[in-house]
Design a protein around this ligand. Structure first.
Ligand SMILES: [Ca+2]
Ligand SMILES: [Ca+2]
Length: 110
């Protein structure tokens, strides 16, 4: 399933800790920069609050999002929780055609 079939998102960014402690596979989070490179938008068309600091940062290396074009010239336009080889407590940009799990926000059942 792609990020775009998922009609919800973890827009409450305080949910990040909850998500990362419960999601153990790399997953789409419903965030992309398909329309304008570097302008990240949630699936409900709300722009990403640029003060968030969930993108993976690497000392002395390129941090995420890096819009990597080595595999596909269009670059990476979908935000992913983690990556296939590693931990899931940070965001990376990834190729939208990759298969991943997905994280959605939903009302709590009572
Ligand atoms: Ca991109
Ligand atoms: Ca990337």
């Amino acid at each position: 399933m792609s990020a775009f079939q998922c009609n919800s998102l973890p827009k409450k960014l305080m949910a990040q800790d909850f998500v990362t402690s419960n999601v153990k596979i790399t997953s789409w989070i419903g965030l992309n920069d398909l329309d304008i490179e570097g302008h990240w938008v949630w699936v409900n068309n709300q722009p990403l609050n640029n003060s968030v600091e969930f993108w993976m940062k690497q000392n002395n290396k390129i941090s995420e999002p890096d819009n990597w074009t080595k595999v596909h010239p269009d670059g990476e336009d979908c935000a992913s929780l983690g990556h296939p080889e590693g931990e899931t407590d940070f965001w990376t940009d990834a190729y939208c055609f990759e298969e991943k799990g997905f994280v959605c926000e939903a009302s709590a059942a009572v």
